[in-house]
Design a protein around this ligand. Structure first.
Ligand code: DGT
Ligand code: MG
Ligand code: MG
Ligand code: MG
Ligand code: MG
Length: 253
């Protein structure tokens, strides 16, 4: 068929193929989830329903795209890591970013009721997204450590803040003043001395977020090995975690 005279517009499209031989990370983050959480009565500081829905939505992304190695989520964000040699959509940035975001966002809505039951979804949520390349394993591991350090800092702050407000009867601005300039040890002490709470006993999913990984396990009945997606809440800031785990960043098929 002859080309139409309109087809030249295609030359306006820019090439956004990303560098080969580097890990592609897509991070999504809920837009204005401060408000979204309030509008949907999320429990403070952590709502397990919301975290499980985030994890399940990420799980459905991993299930669909085999080129994804792992995903790590906390709060209203999720990071997806593609294999170093991923060739999906010929490594075109916009394609990769939008398929991940779209599958995740539609899953969040589709599975809402599975986790929130009768709590009505009042409006469609929005997630922003970005795509980042990491050329070395060290950079990629530091990226994951950075996201996990973030959840630790925020969660300790939020747990102490809401203890002061909900159990200590301070106003939010009094609680904020009280915590201004405090170190981690001070917050641990406030929780322990004033509220009898040991921060170490908080659920791992709150303190460390969730890492979704692919694993091979042996099926009890058939004795065949089956591939599954597992969720772990380990401490990624410890180097011995990576001594055991770094193989996951290179292989698995
Ligand atoms: P953004 O991302 O710039 O559009 O704005 P936000 O409001 O989404 O801010 P962000 O992403 O820095 O922080 C996440 C917000 O989500 C945080 O303000 C509190 C809320 N959030 C996330 N998980 C929970 C939860 O389990 N419970 C409650 N109550 N709030 C949560
Ligand atoms: Mg943000
Ligand atoms: Mg957000
Ligand atoms: Mg966030
Ligand atoms: Mg099409």
């Amino acid at each position: 068929m002859a080309k139409s005279s309109f087809e030249y517009v295609k030359t306006f499209e820019l090439d956004d193929t990303v560098l080969p031989n580097s890990w592609i990370v897509v991070r999504l983050d809920g837009k204005c989830f401060h408000k979204f959480a309030d509008d949907h009565n999320f429990k403070k500081p952590n709502d397990i329903r919301a975290l499980r829905l985030m994890n399940y939505s990420a799980y459905s992304v991993l299930r669909e795209f085999n080129e994804l190695l792992l995903a790590y989520g906390q709060s209203d964000e999720y990071s997806f890591i593609f294999k170093k040699d991923c060739n999906l959509y010929k490594r075109r940035a916009a394609k990769l970013l939008t398929i991940v975001n779209s599958k995740f966002s539609s899953s969040y809505v589709f599975y809402w009721r599975k986790f929130f039951g009768d709590e009505e979804l009042k409006y469609p949520p929005t997630f922003d997204g970005r795509l980042i390349l990491y050329p070395s394993q060290e950079n990629l591991i530091d990226y994951l450590k950075w996201r996990q350090a973030d959840v630790h800092i925020n969660n300790l702050y939020n747990t102490t803040f809401w203890a002061l407000v909900l159990k200590g009867n301070l106003t939010p601005s009094q609680a904020e003043k009280r915590l201004c300039g405090t170190l981690s040890a001070d917050k641990n002490e406030i929780l322990f001395k004033e509220f009898g709470e040991n921060y170490n006993n908080e659920p791992e999913i709150f303190k460390r977020g969730t890492l979704l990984t692919r694993k091979c396990i042996t099926d009890e009945e058939s004795k065949k090995s089956v591939k599954i997606i597992a969720d772990v809440h380990d401490d990624m800031l410890k180097n011995n975690f990576w001594q055991e785990f770094s193989g996951h960043l290179i292989k698995p098929k």
